[in-house]
Design a protein around this ligand. Structure first.
Ligand code: F6R
Length: 608
C-alpha cells in the first residue's frame, strides 16, 4: 500500500527520500513522487511505475532542498499516472497521503464551486486545496491543518509542506499509521513505518489515532485528536537496514520461505515451556475457561491460518468457532455472545478491514485477541490478548513465514483453550509440546525438496488454470496454495475441499489442468485419494504432495509427486505450507513475473 517518508533535514534530502521510498517498495505501489522546498518554491518530481523511473527524473532534473516529502502510491482513485501520483500540490502547499478520503466528492464539488482547479482524479487533492485555501486567506499552517482535519472522513496519514515556511512539516494520522523519527543531528523524520526510517534513525515515536504533529528544525510538537499537546514515548525500533537485505537469495519471498525453521522456532519459544512440557500464552492468567464461542476474523493468507485454527479449536477445545473474512464480517450483522472471544489474525496489524472488524467486535463486548507480526501495530495496541508472531519483517508481498508463524501461535492458543476447558490432559499437553517442538526440523526437511519442486514447476507454469485439493486442515492449505500461485504467477488457480470437487469443479478437469493434491497419510488420506482418482479418471494431471507412505500408496499415475517428511497431523499444515509456497515461487520465476512485488498487490492493505 502507499508509503510516506518526510525529512526536515540539514542537507539536501532528495536522495535520502528516494532511498526511503526504496525501502517502502515492498508495500506495493504503482507510481511515486518527491517534493522539496527550495528557492522559495515547491518543486516536485513524479513518475508512473517503478522507482527507477522517478530516479531517472531526479537524475536528469535534480531536486535541491533540505526539507521534503515522498510517496509511493497504490492507486485507489484514478489510474496510476504521473498526474495522479503524490505529492499533490498548489502554489502554497504540497502533501502526501495514505488512506482514503471518503467524502472527497462533496469536498471536491464545494472547492470547484469556489473556483479551485483540480489536476488529478485523486481523493487526496481535496486536502491540498482545503489547506491551501486557508493559507491563501492568511491562516497560519497549524491553524489551517487543525481546521481541515475534522472535515476529512475516512482514513489518512498525511505529511504537508508549506511554501512560505521552509522549516515546517506537519503530519497527521487517523486510521493509517505514521511514525515520527528523531535523528541524532537534530533532523526529524516522518514515515509510514519504522522500516522506511531505519537507515536514518531507530528512535521512533508512534503517533496515535487522531494525533497530528508539527515538525520544525527545533523539534516536534505532537497534538492529540482534541488538539491537546501530548508526548508519545520514544522507542528504539529495532529494525536495522540489514534486516531488509535479500542475503544470498534471489527474492525476498525465497529468503522468507527459507527463514521459516528459524522464525517458527523463535515464535514457539514464547509459547512452549519445554522443561515444564507446557503450552503457555504471554498473558498466562487471561481467562479462557469462560469462553463459549470464538469468532475468528482475518483477510487473505491470515484468513486461511484462521481456517486451520477453526479445525484445531473445535477438535481440541470443543469450542464453537465462527470464521469470517473481515470485509464481510461487519456487514452481515454477526451474532456475538457478550464475553465471547474475537480473534483477529494479521501479519501487518494494519489491514483496514480486519481493524474495522476488530473495533466492531470490541463494541459488541467481545474480548479481543490478536495474532500479529508487528508488535507496534494498531491491532497490537487495541488487543486485550496480544499474541505476537516472531517472523521478523516480511518484505515479499506474498505472505509466507508470517503464515507458518501464525499457525504456530494458533496451535498454542488451541492447546491453552483446550486446557482451560478441561479437555487436555497433562499427557496430551506433553504430546502437543513435543509435536510443535518438532516443527522447525520438519520445516527444514521440507525445504530440502526445493530443487525437486523447481524441476517440476514447468508443468504448472504452462497451465492456464490450476486446482488445489485438500481435506481437513489441508483444505485451507489448498486455498492458500491457490492464492500463492495466482498472486505471484498470475495463473488462475482455485482451492477446493477435495470432497467438494465432484459437486461442480470436476467439470473443469481435462489434461490441461494440473491438480495439486495435498494429502499427508493419515485418517483422511484414502478419502482424498478417491477424489484424486476421480480427477485421474477424467484425464486430469495430478501433482501429489504427501509423505513417503502416501506417495508409495497413491503416487503411481501422477504427473509428479512431492515427498514431505512424515509428521504428526498437528504440524502438517506448517510443513505442507512449504511445498505450496515453493511451487508458486518457482512457477512465478519460470514465468518471469515480479515475485516480490506482484502487479496490483499491496503488502499492507490499509483501505477497505
Ligand atoms: C497473500 C497476502 C494477503 C494478506 C492479506 C492480509 O499472500 O499476503 O492475502 O494475507 O492482505 O494481510 P495481513 O495479514 O497483514 O492482515
Amino acid at each position: 500500500m502507499c508509503g510516506i517518508i518526510g525529512i526536515v533535514g540539514r542537507e539536501d534530502v532528495a536522495d535520502r527520500l528516494l532511498d526511503g521510498l526504496k525501502r517502502l517498495e515492498y508495500r506495493g505501489y504503482d507510481s511515486a513522487g518527491i517534493a522539496t522546498l527550495h528557492s522559495g518554491i515547491i518543486d516536485r518530481r513524479r513518475a508512473e511505475g517503478k522507482l527507477v523511473n522517478l530516479g531517472k527524473e531526479l537524475s536528469s532534473d535534480p531536486l535541491p532542498g533540505s526539507i521534503g516529502i515522498a510517496h509511493t502510491r497504490w492507486a485507489t482513485h484514478g489510474a496510476p499516472t504521473t498526474s495522479n501520483a503524490h505529492p499533490h500540490a498548489t502554489d502554497e502547499v504540497a502533501l502526501v497521503h495514505n488512506g482514503i478520503i471518503e467524502n472527497f466528492k462533496p469536498l471536491r464539488e464545494e472547492l470547484q464551486g469556489r473556483g479551485r482547479v483540480f489536476t488529478s482524479e485523486t481523493d487526496t487533492e481535496v486536502v491540498a486545496h482545503l489547506v491551501s485555501e486557508a493559507i491563501e486567506a492568511g491562516v497560519l499552517p497549524e491553524e489551517a491543518v487543525k481546521a481541515v482535519l475534522p472535515r476529512l472522513h475516512g482514513a489518512f496519514a498525511l505529511a504537508i509542506l508549506f511554501r512560505q515556511h521552509p522549516d515546517l512539516l506537519i503530519g497527521a494520522r487517523l486510521g493509517s499509521p505514521l511514525v515520527l523519527g528523531y535523528g541524532d543531528d537534530g533532523e526529524t523524520y516522518l514515515g509510514s513505518d519504522a522500516l522506511a526510517l531505519a537507515p536514518l534513525t531507530q528512535k521512533i515515536a508512534y503517533l496515535e489515532e487522531g494525533d497530528w504533529v508539527v515538525i520544525t528544525r527545533e523539534g516536534a510538537k505532537i497534538f492529540d485528536k482534541d488538539n491537546v499537546p501530548v508526548e508519545r514515548p520514544v522507542t528504539l525500533s529495532g529494525v536495522s537496514g540489514a534486516m531488509i537485505d535479500k542475503g544470498n537469495h534471489r527474492h525476498f519471498m525465497l529468503k522468507e520461505i527459507y527463514e521459516q525453521p528459524v522464525v517458527v522456532a523463535q515464535t514457539l519459544k514464547s509459547y512452549l515451556q519445554r522443561m515444564e512440557e507446557r503450552v503457555t500464552l504471554p498473558i498466562p492468567d487471561f481467562d479462557l475457561g469462560s469462553i463459549r464461542r470464538v469468532t475468528i476474523v482475518a483477510c487473505g493468507t491470515s484468513f486461511y491460518a484462521g481456517m486451520v485454527a477453526k479445525y484445531w479449536f473445535e477438535q481440541f477445545a470443543r469450542v464453537a468457532v465462527d470464521l469470517d473474512v473481515a470485509s464481510e464480517f461487519r456487514y452481515r450483522t454477526p451474532v456475538m455472545e457478550e464475553g465471547g472471544l474475537a480473534l483477529f489474525i494479521s501479519q501487518s496489524g494494519e489491514t483496514a478491514d480486519t481493524l474495522a472488524a476488530l473495533r466492531h467486535a470490541k463494541n459488541e463486548g467481545q474480548k479481543i485477541a490478536v495474532v500479529v507480526n508487528v508488535p507496534t501495530s494498531t491491532m497490537a495496541r487495541e488487543a486485550d490478548l496480544l499474541l505476537p508472531t516472531h517472523a521478523g519483517p516480511e518484505i515479499g508481498v506474498a505472505s509466507t513465514k508470517a503464515f507458518t508463524c501464525q499457525l504456530a501461535v494458533l496451535a498454542a492458543l488451541a492447546a491453552n483453550l483446550a486446557r482451560a476447558k478441561g479437555r487436555l490432559s497433562a499427557a496430551e499437553e506433553k504430546d502437543i509440546v513435543r509435536h510443535l517442538a518438532e516443527a522447525p526440523a520438519a520445516l527444514n526437511a521440507a525445504l530440502a525438496y526445493d530443487e525437486m519442486i523447481e524441476g517440476m514447476a514447468h508443468h504448472v507454469a504452462a497451465a492456464r488454470d490450476v486446482l488445489y485439493l485438500g481435506r481437513g486442515t489441508d483444505y485451507p492449505l489448498a486455498l492458500e496454495g491457490a492464492l500463492k500461485l495466482k498472486e505471484i504467477s498470475y495463473i488462475h488457480a482455485e482451492g477446493y475441499a477435495a470432497g467438494e470437487m465432484k459437486h461442480g469443479p470436476i467439470a473443469l478437469i481435462d489434461d490441461a489442468v494440473p491438480v495439486i493434491v495435498i494429502a499427508p497419510s493419515g485418517p483422511l488420506f484414502d478419502k482424498t485419494v478417491s477424489n484424486m482418482q476421480e480427477v485421474q479418471a477424467r484425464g486430469g494431471k495430478v501433482v501429489l504432495i504427501s509423505d513417503y507412505d502416501g506417495v508409495q500408496a497413491a503416487g503411481d499415475g501422477c504427473l509428479a509427486t512431492i515427498t514431505m517428511p512424515k509428521v504428526h497431523p498437528l504440524i502438517a499444515p506448517l510443513v505442507y505450507a512449504v511445498p505450496v509456497q515453493l511451487l508458486a515461487y518457482h512457477v512465478a520465476v519460470a514465468k518471469g513475473t515480479d515475485v516480490d512485488q506482484p502487479r496490483n498487490l499491496a503488502k499492507s492493505v490499509t483501505v477497505e
